[in-house]
Design a protein around this ligand. Structure first.
Ligand code: PMP
Length: 358
């Protein structure tokens, strides 16, 4: 609709500014050097090696690049291959709504039964007692996402401890979507499942270079999981994509050797969040807390449903948000809109002008 109506598109989650020129040149260099054929199924060894080093340094989890890391076609394939490998027909998978839109279909396509638990504004915290009450003999997996799309909320140490307790007690697999691991604000520490040794043994953590290097179109991500779980994931990955494009993997391996290329990301996006918040302060829209990701939720003063509100803004005012109800299986409407602030200041300013008038 944004395209159709010529609206500023703050709906989909992708940056509108360029990726690093150095990274583009590295890809070009690798293509010219003839690295254009299939990469190994599990991923280019050089990329797995540097990821293992960075995971160890960041989360203090010793990680074996040979047996515990698999490069995938983005975070979405990582999630899908994990579910395809580990969820059997009739297994229940607990997930929290609002949720990223691939979760539920990936579970159902593989014969699993999604068990949705709703989270509510303003802070979208998980009620772990409620989670316990939803666990049955058929529960196989819990999916979590921190920092969270679409809400910008994060999990805290207390959440991870509760998650660990349940996962160990009931022998559950935890699928942890951490594609926004580096986009976290206000000195909050990202709580990766990889930081918790007992929990980590039963987890698959999912990451995406699309988010970390502003290149959502390249579709390269990875999983980190124990050797036992990785063996299973690779059985699915082998016949879903087989392998991921070679020159991009080799370029990423080289680019990641400089920590400056990923350590600055939180600061970079915090500035954008604050820039957008400042614009919002001149409007009637109320921001909700945003601790991570590149999404800002806002509430609005109108009796319109969030869907009608988003359509009206897109058609009549040429600014496209996403209604948050679409991320709920039961379409719960809390009268919230999601804006993506991974945009240039110029785009955000234009959006701010429109928001001020509404
Ligand atoms: N998980 C979440 C929470 C996301 O927001 C996204 C991208 N929008 C993905 C996974 C998928 O990442 P990728 O683009 O690498 O497939």
């Amino acid at each position: 609709m944004a395209l159709e109506h010529g609206a500023i598109n703050l709906s989909q989650g992708f940056p509108d500014f360029p990726v690093s020129q150095a990274l583009v040149e590295l890809i070009h260099k690798n293509m010219l050097a003839g690295h254009n054929q299939y990469a190994p199924m599990a991923g280019a060894p050089a990329l797995r090696k540097i990821i293992a080093d960075v995971v160890h340094k960041t989360y203090q989890r010793p990680t074996n690049p040979e047996t515990e890391i698999t490069i995938t076609a983005g975070g979405t394939e990582a999630l899908f291959s994990t579910i395809a490998a580990l969820v059997n027909p009739g297994d229940e998978v607990i997930l929290f709504d609002p949720s990223y839109d691939s979760y539920d279909p990936s579970i159902r396509l593989n014969g699993g039964i999604p068990i949705h638990i709703n989270l509510y504004p303003p802070d979208f915290r998980i009620d772990w007692k409620e989670v316990r009450s939803k666990i049955t003999v058929r529960t196989r997996m819990i999916m979590v996402n921190t920092p969270h799309n679409p809400t910008g909320s994060v999990l805290y140490e207390t959440d991870l401890k509760e998650l660990e307790k349940l996962a160990l007690e009931f022998g559950l697999i935890v699928l942890s979507d951490e594609v926004y691991e580096r986009i976290i604000f206000d000195h909050t520490q990202h709580q990766s499942v990889l930081k918790y040794p007992a929990l980590s043994a039963q987890c698959v953590a999912v990451f995406s270079f699309g988010k970390t290097f502003h290149a959502t179109g390249w579709k390269v991500g990875y999983t980190v999981a124990s050797e036992r779980l990785t063996n299973e994931i690779r059985k699915a990955h082998q016949f879903i994509t087989f392998s991921v494009n070679t020159p991009v993997q080799l370029a990423l391996a080289e680019y990641m050797t400089n920590p400056e290329n990923y350590l600055q990301l939180g600061k970079f996006y915090q500035q954008k969040r604050d820039f957008f918040l400042n614009l919002l302060s001149e409007s009637s829209f109320q921001p909700l807390p945003c601790s991570g990701s590149y999404f800002q939720l806002v509430s609005y003063q109108s009796s319109k449903s969030d869907r009608d509100m988003a359509e009206w803004m897109t058609k009549e005012h040429k600014l496209a948000p996403i209604p948050v109800s679409v991320f709920y299986n039961d379409k719960t409407d809390n009268h919230l809109l999601r804006f993506c602030f991974a945009k240039s200041e110029d785009t955000l300013k234009k959006a701010g002008e429109i928001l001020k008038r509404l």
